[in-house]
Design a protein around this ligand. Structure first.
Ligand code: AMP
Length: 363
């Protein structure tokens, strides 16, 4: 079910259309809920039938992400396809594109799946500042890269790293061999350690017509490498993070919501850490801030609709509920001004994101 826009150029999906979502985690669940509010149907593609998104979506296909034929069939049943995680295999992204428009496009996946490609794109193509980095494919490479970048530094796998997984800090020469043993034989990247003042992020969206809407700067605190708390709007936002995000969105001809993470130095300078071509944990506060939330914003963009208002009506602190913390739901439910979001995960594991709460801080 589709309409042409005024120029007759882009496909605008009307209510009742189906948006396919590759991935069935909490981000897929919240996208499906937002889609339902807009009268859009959602079709989740997931390897796990009892995933967080299952109950919120209209339809579910259970399949492996590298099952290209199944992904193609799934895409053919949808009016547009999006994804809630960046590790969609390249061939499956290609298959999805053959079945329906893929928004964001496969370029966004290519750039964000591999830390080396990502850093090279940000630095060389866009001229943005990133941590010093070097490709590492052997212990000899690593020794050379440590000499070049200095100590301390961080060895990371190029692919499949998240929440601090697939990375090791090297503090002294004596750590080099152990770090390599832990991550090899994966292709790696060595990064100079950034002594930042704070971590901040920008969540921004771009529509099919090129319209851009950026939420205000968000300040993030991590615990054990996992996002713990996001405060928005962050203090001292001079607009440069949003400008950089806009540059990234335009260069990739991106459609949808993107998260861009930065290290901010004591001087105020921003160093881009990484980009996430999807709705982002540091944007969950938007759900209760009195603006169009990031999930609705993403669905609007994917459906070719105009973007909504990204200016919050009040400040919000978002706190993740990790592992057992979600068991406090009853106490949290008694607290005034707390908005609770639980992901419906049946198994509670240490370090697993089970939900989050948003607390309004000022009007
Ligand atoms: P990442 O998976 O790259 O986002 O890293 C997870 C967290 O590790 C970041 O949010 C930082 O707190 C820390 N980190 C990662 N890379 C660096 C770096 N080059 N210098 C300092 N801290 C880092």
């Amino acid at each position: 079910m589709s309409l042409k826009d005024q120029q007759g150029a882009q496909t605008v999906l009307s209510p009742g259309s189906t948006i396919g979502i590759l991935g069935g985690g909490q981000l897929g669940r919240m996208l499906a809920l937002a889609g339902a509010r807009l009268g859009l149907k959602t079709h989740i593609y997931t390897p796990e039938a009892s995933c967080p998104a299952a109950l919120a979506a209209t339809e579910l296909t259970v399949g492996e992400f590298d099952d290209v034929d199944r992904v193609l069939d799934f895409a053919k049943s949808c009016d547009a396809v999006t994804y809630e995680f960046e590790n969609v295999p390249a061939l499956s992204a290609k298959a999805a594109t053959s079945g329906a428009p893929l928004r964001p496009n496969a370029d966004a996946l290519n750039v964000s799946q591999d830390r080396l490609v990502e850093k090279t794109f940000l630095k060389e193509k866009l001229g943005l500042e990133v941590a010093g980095f070097a490709a590492v494919n052997s212990l000899d490479d690593l020794r050379g890269a440590v000499k070049e970048l200095g100590l301390p530094c961080v060895l990371k796998t190029r692919r499949f790293g998240y929440d601090g997984k697939g990375q090791v800090i090297i503090k002294s020469e004596g750590d080099i061999e152990g770090a390599w043993d832990r991550l090899s034989p994966a292709e790696c990247i060595l990064e100079a350690f950034v002594s930042f003042e704070r971590e901040v992020s920008i969540v921004a969206a771009r529509g099919v017509d090129g319209q851009i809407a950026a939420y205000p700067l968000t300040e993030n605190v991590h615990k054990n490498h996992i996002l713990y708390q996001s405060t928005a709007p962050a203090s001292q936002d001079d607009g440069s993070a949003a400008k950089m995000a806009g540059q990234i969105l335009e260069t990739l001809d991106y459609v949808g919501v993107m998260g861009v993470e930065f290290f901010q130095m004591a001087t105020g300078d921003l160093i881009v850490n990484e980009i996430a071509p999807r709705v982002h944990n540091s944007g969950h506060w938007t759900q209760d801030a009195g603006c169009t939330d990031q999930f609705e914003q993403h669905m609007r963009a994917v459906a070719g609709w105009p973007l909504g208002q990204a200016i919050p009506q009040h400040g919000v602190v978002m706190t993740n509920l990790i592992g057992d913390e979600a068991k406090a739901w009853k106490t949290l439910a008694q607290e005034a001004g707390v908005f609770i979001h639980l992901y419906g995960k049946s198994e509670c594991r240490t370090g697993r994101k089970m939900g989050h709460v948003n607390r309004i801080v000022k009007s």
